[in-house]
Design a protein around this ligand. Structure first.
Ligand code: AMP
Length: 219
């Protein structure tokens, strides 16, 4: 099954994606991570990512489709997080998968308010060594400033107030358009992301099981 997870920054997409891909054995494709890796070798991309801007949409599509050429990736079992963010990226992904006799089976949007995004992202910390993510309010580390692996906790460069504002604007101007597009096709499940992690996960599991049952019924 191929699943797309959408939602504003700080909505818990990453946390839920880890849980979902773990439970269903999906390959977890996180384009934020892919972009940060590209940024290590490319100053232009580094400037874009750190300022909270998006990589030009077609360019990002090329990186993702190139990444999917890896023959170890099962094109029928992927969880996409952070991509697609634009209607054009969604259509390009759908067309690519079609050429491989695969499809997108489910799109989920995890919704939280603008205020909640700002509150959560300001409290987010990431381990410099193993990239584990903490939240000083909801999921603080046992030892202040330190990950359980011993690595130092830092703020992501694009988690500062100016970059958060830029990322929220992209979400409101572009990703919301994709959400509307998917809703018009009756192809989007919306989940309230303001609740506890486990409650959200239970709802997502139910949605996945229902989709699986429907797909099996079709065969
Ligand atoms: P994220 O962790 O998903 O917030 O992504 C971090 C950064 O990676 C973004 O601010 C962009 O610079 C880049 N990025 C990730 N996904 C995309 C995408 N679908 N299109 C363009 N840029 C992206």
């Amino acid at each position: 099954m191929n699943i797309v997870i959408l939602g504003p920054p700080g909505s818990g997409k990453g946390t839920q994606s880890e849980l979902i891909s773990g439970k269903y054995g999906l390959y977890y494709l996180q384009t934020g991570d892919l972009s940060r890796k590209l940024a290590e070798k490319n100053e232009r991309i580094k400037e874009i990512v750190n300022s909270g801007k998006l990589i030009p949409q077609e360019e990002m599509t090329l990186y993702v489709l190139d990444h999917l050429k890896d023959e170890n990736i099962d094109l029928n079992n992927i969880l996409f997080e952070g991509f697609p963010r634009f209607v054009s990226q969604y259509e390009a992904l759908e067309n690519f998968l079609k050429t491989k006799s695969a499809t997108i089976n489910l799109a989920i949007s995890i919704d939280i308010s603008r205020e909640e995004t700002i509150k959560r992202i300001s409290a987010r910390r990431i381990c410099i060594k193993c990239t584990e993510v903490y939240n000083l309010i909801t999921d603080p580390p046992d030892k202040e400033g330190l990950c359980r692996c011993g690595g130092r906790l830092i703020q992501r460069e694009d988690d500062n107030p100016e970059s958060i504002e830029v990322r929220l604007r992209y979400y409101e101007n572009n990703t919301k358009e994709l959400i509307k597009y998917l809703e018009n096709r009756n192809f989007l499940i919306r989940i309230d992301g303001s609740r506890p992690i486990q409650e959200i996960f239970n709802d997502i599991v139910e949605v996945i099981e229902n989709t699986n049952a429907k797909n099996t019924g079709k065969n």
